[in-house]
Design a protein around this ligand. Structure first.
Ligand SMILES: C[S@@+](CC[C@H](N)C(=O)[O-])C[C@H]1O[C@@H](n2cnc3c(N)ncnc32)[C@H](O)[C@@H]1O
Length: 373
């Protein structure tokens, strides 16, 4: 998924940083999970994963890829669906996907608020999706909810289907990257009929734990081997930039406003989007959580200066810094053309002197689960 700060291309480097600590297994915490890519990677490497994010749609991805171990069978649902014989040999997920792809659209919340046809009589006309695709998103989202309420799908199946919708929507959105604006004219991508894409499943036999929480509220209960932090780098909050994915995932018909139909996000603001609160938050995590190694992904252009990060982390143990040159598209000062620029992705590795190289105990999973409920 296109997502600001997605670490897909840096997974090997993060893995090298982890192996350089000597930790080969145990509990890996992906504290700022986003797409859940990092958690998925370390799940496949055999770690037990704990992950969290402020965004609900990230939680949906974490549930489907991290907590869920393998491809669901949709046994109960498939008995009730009239799936055609040409998908006889398809996997259970592909059968359900084909069924959803054939659905007739309905005029629901997305059509009414985020398509030009649906908003034509409103103060703000919006063009995030082709009307047919807006209706299709509504139809799929509503049916997933109906199946869930009628107990035709279990929890894993519910989140896998939601995740498949969330993963597919960006391929048809009429945006240039984030949902804080839509394009005036349709991008060719947005003109294609929406289809639910194929999905990968991550199998395993470990029990993983995922949260839709402010990670700062979890630190006191954490006791992990690797605490991986990938917070926002600058003042841009994530929630407004991905508000539509959040609304599709929640499908809670929120009050929306402005040109882009933004939902309220006051409870989803991150301390890491401001230099001063970011350093305090980093200090709180490094001081309070229990971990053998804390690994912080950051960026040479981030809000927290390198010297301040090192000074903060050094209070709790030995710090090493790895710089990774990374080519990135960067808008010029007019914002109208793009050129490549080398920036440095950074990995700060803190060896916790308080616990030495020994785990201090078991992760208090029960406590965390209780807090969530
Ligand atoms: C740089 S992105 C993470 C990208 C992720 N590693 C990936 O590969 O997709 C930062 C993420 O941190 C989340 N976030 C920011 N502050 C948070 C907090 N206090 N608690 C939980 N999540 C937070 C944002 O919602 C966003 O998804």
């Amino acid at each position: 998924m296109r997502f600001i700060g997605n670490k897909e291309k840096l997974l090997d480097r993060i893995y090298q940083a982890v192996t350089s600590t000597g930790v080969k297994d145990g509990v890996f915490c992906d504290f700022f999970s986003g797409t859940s890519n990092v958690g998925r990677f370390f799940k496949e490497k055999g770690f037990e994963i704990v992950s969290s994010d402020l965004l609900y749609f990230s939680y949906v991805l974490q549930k489907a890829y991290i907590e869920n171990n393998g491809e669901p069978e949709f046994k109960k649902l498939l008995k009730t669906l009239d799936v055609s014989s040409n998908i006889l040999f398809a996997s259970p997920f592909d059968s359900v996907r084909s069924y959803l792809n054939e659905l007739k659209g309905v005029k629901g919340f997305i059509y009414k608020n985020y398509t030009d046809e649906g908003t034509k009589d409103q103060e703000h006309k919006r063009k995030f999706f082709l009307p047919e695709n807006g209706k299709k998103i509504d139809a799929i989202r509503l049916l997933i909810e109906e199946w869930w309420k009628e107990k035709l799908i279990n929890e894993n199946e519910y989140f896998v289907l939601l995740a498949s919708l969330i993963e597919s929507v960006p391929f048809y959105a009429n945006i240039s990257g984030v949902y804080a604006a839509f394009l005036k004219e349709y991008d060719p991508r947005a003109l294609k009929p929406l289809q639910i894409k194929e999905m990968s499943f991550y199998s395993g036999d470990k029990e993983h734990t995922v949260f839709n929480r402010n990670s700062m509220d979890l630190v006191e209960d954490l006791d992990v081997d690797i605490l991986y932090m990938d917070p926002p780098y600058n003042h841009r909050q994530y929630a407004p930039n991905y508000h539509l994915l959040e609304t599709i995932a929640r499908y809670d018909s929120p009050a929306i406003k402005g040109v882009t139909g933004m939902r309220d996000y006051k409870n989803q603001k991150s301390d890491f989007c401001n230099k001063n609160t970011a350093l305090l938050a980093l200090d709180k995590v490094a001081k309070t959580a229990k971990y053998r190694y804390l690994i912080l992904s950051y960026n040479s252009e981030g809000a927290m200066p390198e010297k301040d990060i090192i000074a903060t982390l050094e209070k709790y143990g030995r710090v090493t810094l790895q710089n990774i040159d990374y080519l990135r598209f960067k808008s010029n000062s007019n914002g109208d053309s793009k050129h490549m620029k080398t920036i440095q992705e950074q990995l700060y590795i803190l060896e916790n002197s308080q616990v030495g190289n020994k785990r201090v105990g078991k992760l208090k999973k029960k406590d965390l689960a209780l807090q969530e409920a």
